[in-house]
Design a protein around this ligand. Sequence first.
Ligand code: ATP
Length: 311
Amino acid sequence: MRSAGVPPAVEAAGLVKRYGERIAVDNLDLTVPAHQVTAVLGPNGAGKTTTIEACEGYRRMDAGRLRVLGLDPVADGRRLRSRIGVMLQEGGVYPGARAGEMLRHVASLYAHPLDVAALGERLGLGSCGRTPYRRLSGGQRQRLALAMAVVGRPELVFLDEPTAGLDPQARQATWELVRELRNDGVTVVLSTHLMDEAEELADRVAILDGGRVIADGSPAELCRGGGADVLRFAGRPGLDLASLRAALPADAEVTEPTPGNYRITGDVGPRLLATVTAWCAQHGVLADRITTRRHTLEDVFLELTGRELRA
Ligand SMILES: Nc1ncnc2c1ncn2[C@@H]1O[C@H](COP(=O)(O)OP(=O)(O)OP(=O)(O)O)[C@@H](O)[C@H]1O
């Protein structure tokens, strides 16, 4: 594997951040492997932005140890900033500055920047190079922020909700860019509320809640650990469940929650489906309304963080 033996891009241990009485980050441990895409997920107020801003050197933690590319983001801030790219949300921008000027300015801060015109074209910013920032649409601002984060060819990029509010075309272009960054060996940390984005892009996912990492792994690992997939079918009531169970793999479970409705949990895939329909054929059962439901990252997220809205 590409990252074997390579030190992690981010190592955080026991991070704590308090705002008065409120604990925003509560003894958080996080490791971000190099050369991979790590998605940071969590409900509103989970501590994602606080943690990511600390990694960028914009926020000082009250306790804990944090190393980014082996450096202390606050003490070694200058050295670190030439090696990372940061996608800032609104703010910190002079509203009269033109989009092209801003991108060229950021590019000039790095030793080997990307071609500004090509990057702008790629992200659909070609026509708004002379447009002042305040006249850009929300989506254009978002794409400009992304361009500014990657133009310096950083080793590590932090993307804060990179596709929030983007139309489907811009979203696809952003995903494509993230995949290319990863293929070029760039480490990407992205925070997102979009579970399909995390499933699509991330090698690893860290789920935060209450200022801590409550789950961490590849999307497949998290989905496997989060609960079983489900296959349902309808048939005549009172089928011989023991016989059906005997035909299924050992980890599958079969129940009849209501008469004539059957529910099988386990590793639901083509093989299990074939086994069930074969058993039905052998027993003269016309299985009806067969549905399968794979466990998604969203299911896992909701199971771990609950369904109630956050303050
Ligand atoms: N400057 C601040 N002053 C006081 N409290 C803050 C400040 N910044 C963040 N907080 C609080 O810290 C907690 C964590 O906030 P943070 O912005 O890190 O969460 P988040 O996971 O990024 O949330 P969201 O998904 O809503 O962006 C929240 O309860 C928030 O209200």
